[in-house]
Design a binder for this molecule. Sequence first.
Ligand code: ADP
Length: 633
Amino acid sequence: MPPGGRMGGPLGGQYLTEEEKANQPKVTPELLKRVFSYLKPYTKQLILVLFCIIVSSFLSLLPSILTGRILDEGLLNKDLRALVFYISLSLAVTLGASLIGVAQTYINTWIAQHITFDMRNQMYKHLQNMSQRFFTSNNQGDIITRMTSDIDGVKAVITNTFSSILSNSITLIIAMIAMFQKNWILALVGIVIVPLFTLPTRSAGKKRWKLTNESQQVNDEVNGILNETLSVSGQLLVKLFGKEKYEYDKYEKANRRMIGLNIKESMAGRWFIVILTTFTSVGPMLIYLVGGILMMKYDSSLTIGDITVLVALLGRMYMPVNSLLNMQVEWIRSMALFKRIFDYFDIPVEIKNADDAVIPEKVKGDVVFEHVEFSYDPSKKILKDINFTLNAGKSIAIVGPSGSGKSTIVNLIPRLYDVDSGSVTFDGVDVRKLDLRFLRDKVGVVSQETYLFNGTVRENLLYAKPDATEDDMIDALKKANIWDFIEKQEKGLDTEVGNRGLKLSGGEKQRISIARIILKDPTIFIFDEATSALDSISEKKIQDAIDPIIKSKTSILIAHRLSTILAADEILVVKDGMIAERGTHKELLGKEGVYRELYETQFCKAIMEDDGVSELEQYIWGTQPADEPAAED
Ligand code: ADP
């Protein structure tokens, strides 16, 4: 065997990292059963692959076996016809094995692609059923990794790991059977030699792997020093503190360590090849020796061809044995991969449609909170005994300090979360008993963080109402006070909003999302007003868009601006997860409580900062605002 020629893949990655070792999954029959359940729909194709593997393994070993015939019957017998025949047969067989290999790769890839296709769809569906809690408590990157790289990993497991285990085991079994058939003593000698060859190469590989890791670390360290000290501010610090020598010494030391490690690493590679060459030649030599002794002294039936076949077969065993030994690592990794994916599948669906979910025939829009308690995590109660009634056609403004639980209250209405105790009812029916799609259809939310999908204005509007006509859309945009802007765009409704609406200003995005909700025309409107300050013109436009809704529709607003608050029929003041006060603006101002404090610190300040003092006065004294010319955002 040529040194390094059949040693499987590169050494890197053949050993488990400490982290992988610590997280090794327990391979239970259940886990295996679950893994294989994904293969089950493709049983027919799998049988075909297995068949291909068996045939191609056998065919690829056949030339080694035929070398015996070439020697004994062709060369030693001086029979040219036999020689040509066996050589041709060998070539044909090799070609056959390769052709079957092609088919095998195709079927294998086909199966792997189909399995990952199934898995991806299943995972996407599952993730869509996950609650808001899941998305807020999991890192988005992790979720996407699970969907992409982990599931891609499965593809690699099926195309590489599984088929490699199968084909190597089969090759090994066939090679052993063939060896024992030729001569059991020589077969035994060969089998004893295999571990002698594989074990030292493994330990050399392990050492090299360790060195590679170590030099990687030093490399990171060196890069760290460079990044830190060669940056503008880093250099400034070095200069001002006169630390040039100190930093140089640090750099030189790390650099020196790296040289040492790199030399060691290259040498480990050399030793590795020395060991490899020695052991690969020891095997055949031993068989020649024992075979020669047997042939000369004991067993006259053993031919030169037989011995050559045994040597050739032995050569064919190294690679499968080595791969199989490495497979242990691959296997653990594969199982860990499946376990990670299954763990995701096993996260229970928190918010789901009740079995006996109802779809009411008539919809009014009364919402009642009764003794509602809620917490995101059990250790910290967020909402305590929340009670209020929102009658159809009325509006409620929720105000309170940041973090007091205002958004949490409104999140309970479309069931982004479920209450811990108490109840939220919609037209007298507990929201948990309502059909989820019906409920979410009836509740429209304009959230603080407006989210527009990457696409055109039209596409974003159609998301809310797929059958909306052009006129419907224009009407909604007009109501949302954004049609003027859209109309002026070259592409009108087909203007691209950019990724997450980034091509638009905050105010424009808000108003498009208001138009979207107007198109959806829900029974209950929820506005979670943006805390971040928009310029006063944008604010006014938004205000003008939502005012008529607040006045004519059932609505809840989380308000930060006095003007919005004043438009509502009732004001709830939330503090520390409780309703501290409730009433109208006038009643609350008279109370000298939380509302008054908020009014003086927050609302007044916000208005004073604008040039909207007159607006405040208008609301407080009830005068009509003067007509302002519409300005652009
Ligand atoms: P507000 O809308 O009044 O600013 P929120 O309802 O957003 O307040 O938040 C109330 C409390 O709940 C805060 O302490 C906040 O940190 C916490 N909170 C909000 N969302 C989550 C979440 N998804 N997971 C855990 N805690 C949360």
